[in-house]
Design a protein around this ligand. Sequence first.
Ligand code: PMT
Length: 378
Amino acid sequence: MTPSAMQFISPLTFQALSGNPVHTELFDTDDGCMNAGGRAMHGAIAEENAMGHINLARWADALVIAPATANTIAKCSHGLADGLLSTLYLAATCPVYVAPAMNQAMWNKAVTQQNMQKLKAHGVIVIGPEQGDQACGETGFGRMSEPAEICSRLLAEPKEQFLKGLKVLISAGPTREPLDPVRYITNRSSGKMGYALANATLKAGAEVTLVSGPVMLTAPVHADIVRVETAAQMYEAVISRASKHDIYIGAAAVADYSPVVMEQQKIKKQAEQTTLTLQKTRDILAEVAQLDQRPFTVGFAAETHDLEAYAQDKLARKKLDMIAANWVGHEQGGFDSEQNALQVFWANGQKTLAMTDKNHIAEQLISLIAERMETKKA
Ligand code: PMT
């Protein structure tokens, strides 16, 4: 328990209810070793007096930080070790789960989201937070997931590596189409959806190549990352690799049009109105689907209206195996959000994936892709 946790509930209450000793101090004279029943164990390791935090970290099969406050998340993401909990996090080699809980404004603050991205990049598994009424009287994302939900995520069987042996190519993020040396046309894509898909695909055992537009995210450690800026560069990077991959997922928000001319010098402010002449870019997704040796091809559709009609049209016109459609321009989900909801379509079928964390929805989409690939093969 952290000092803040002890403001809410005393260690004695916690100990009485759980039947286990409660650790509160960094330099605990207790050795911190436990057996499965939670009783202190005294062995050779116990000789390391005052090193309880290291032994606690060695002993655990999993570390769950619940509720994880903005303060604890900030400390862990920056590697601070100024208390028992942050030190335990740093010393732990087991899987770490974090269930954030805080006021919705604190959760939405850019610095908290950056800290969460860092934790995810370090391999931390994030559970929640959920949306709803908060103790402070506000409503929004920040409620800790229900303890039963945390337990079920924790106890879930480790995912079988159902994509082992396969190579998956994923595009992510926006493109930037230069107008002159200092200006460009772009969109609101953060790359979060594509990066979450890369992480979920790696977890499922596949080899991943991630073609990424300019984003502020940490690349998944085990992915082969190809960084590009323009739609033309993304086209080259994807088309030259697609035939060597089993699956292509186009999660990038590729510019549909790019300036016909890139001025070599900064465009000067002169006329009251000006016009840009734009040229259609090449459709990467459609061209991947037309390759002789085409991978299982999955597109995205980002729509502000008529979601299903536009998604079905793209599925058929671009000859895709599957399309994941998401609403954009709404308060929740889509561009630059931590959450997303998807309506997935394929020939004669569809499935709705409800609004949740992008990492979670990415796992669901990857499972669905594996399922559809199997059906197609059969
Ligand atoms: O990056 P985030 O902030 O996490 O946001 C995620 C997202 C909203 C960007 C993502 O979920 C998403 O919807 N990506 C596709 C965005 C898009 O460009 O949609 P579209 O409907 O305009 O394009 C349809 C498909 O064609 C997409 O798979 C796109 O990658 C592809 N395309 C489009 C144009 C082009 N020149 N080449 C393409 O391959």
